[in-house]
Design a protein around this ligand. Structure first.
Ligand SMILES: [Zn+2]
Ligand SMILES: [Zn+2]
Length: 342
């Protein structure tokens, strides 16, 4: 199976990612159970690994998103307090202060946070579309169209199931066997979860790759039951220790910084001391959560990385790596194109 890069014409149409290659509106992601390829095929795993790497953000980006969301909440709460204070003097009860601050602050903060986590939906739709066309599937319905690509006069081939039309050169050819074998919906979960990945790892070529940090080794690997249990216990232990130590460390550092803050009155919005205090909290709170999670994830994904490489599996897509992709000191995974040191 060869993968088809999108053409310039298709890329221009993808700017909206709401229409097919003839410009007709399509409902994407309405993929039905049973019409999607199984996650187990190495070609599909490779395509999903590339898709995940395209969407993955870094820990720094996640941290900045959390800081921005918290800052919005803090700003809203502060403005609420300030407004109430401005209109009613100091006679208002704390309960009303809190209510107004809560409504004006939490709501926009929550909206900003959700918008940031959802990320660029158009970008995701385009990547998802390229992923499905790249494994010979119709992006609108998931039906296998790569087995029988017959372009019409406009260069498009129509999906036999839903009628959406795609440029023939974008559709990767697949055999009938491949189409029959890829019949479960697990890939839908993989596609939908792809935008949630955070990656700190790069391959030997310097491209970002997402490696899994799961406690269990891949089911299709060559390990014995005993080795699998040993690995799960070891990575659980290492992950737990790293999590506890980094949690204690960030908490201790945060508490000592917090103890240095000169706490202002709640009503002293826009005073130097309140701005300093709020800024320090907004910067610190995400660190207390993210640093331990990042440390534990890095530790367990490193263990898994070593185990996969020793078993000659690609750490990004977990497919077998053979010497066919080797050149000099590196070897390229033929399923996801990640490059690893030999
Ligand atoms: Zn279709
Ligand atoms: Zn791979």
């Amino acid at each position: 199976m060869s993968l088809t890069p999108p053409t310039q014409r298709a890329l221009a149409l993808d700017a909206s990612a709401r229409v097919d290659d003839r410009g007709v509106k399509v409902q994407e992601r309405a993929l039905r159970t049973g019409s999607c390829p199984t996650y187990a095929a190495p070609e599909v795993r490779g395509a999903i690994a590339r898709y995940r790497a395209t969407l993955a953000s870094t820990w720094l980006v996640r941290y900045l998103q959390a800081v921005a969301a918290l800052a919005t909440v803090a700003l809203g709460v502060g403005l609420g307090f300030w407004l109430v204070n401005l209109t009613n003097g100091e006679s208002l009860s704390d309960g009303l202060f809190f209510l107004v601050g809560f409504v004006t602050g939490i709501l926009p903060g929550a909206i900003v946070a959700v918008a940031m986590v959802r990320g660029d939906r158009r970008f995701q739709r385009v990547a998802c579309r390229n992923l499905l066309l790249g494994i010979g599937r119709c992006p609108a319905c998931g039906f296998a169209i790569g087995g029988n690509v017959r372009p019409m006069s406009d260069g498009c081939a129509a999906c036999g199931e839903c009628g959406a039309a795609w440029f023939a050169e974008r559709i990767a050819p697949i055999t009938v066997d491949e189409a029959d074998a890829w019949q479960t919906a697990r890939v839908v979960t993989a596609i939908q979860g792809a935008s949630q990945h955070v990656s700190g790892r790069r391959d030997a070529r310097g491209r970002r790759v997402v490696t899994s940090a799961g406690l269990a080794l891949p089911r299709h690997g060559p390990w014995s039951v005993g080795l699998r249990i040993y690995y799960t216990i070891m990575s659980g232990l290492v992950g737990g220790i790293v999590l506890s130590v980094s949690l204690a460390a960030t908490f201790a550092v945060s508490m000592s910084v917090v103890s240095l803050i000169e706490w202002p009155k709640a009503t002293a919005f826009l005073s130097t001391s309140s701005l300093t205090a709020v800024t320090l909290l907004v910067v610190l709170i995400p660190l207390v959560f993210l640093v331990p999670i990042a440390a534990a994830t890095t530790a367990t994904s490193w263990l898994r990385f070593v185990a996969l490489r020793r078993a000659s599996l690609c750490p990004a897509c977990e497919s077998p790596i053979d010497d066919a992709g080797a050149s000099g000191l590196t070897v390229e995974c033929r399923f996801c194109n990640a490059v690893w040191k030999r």
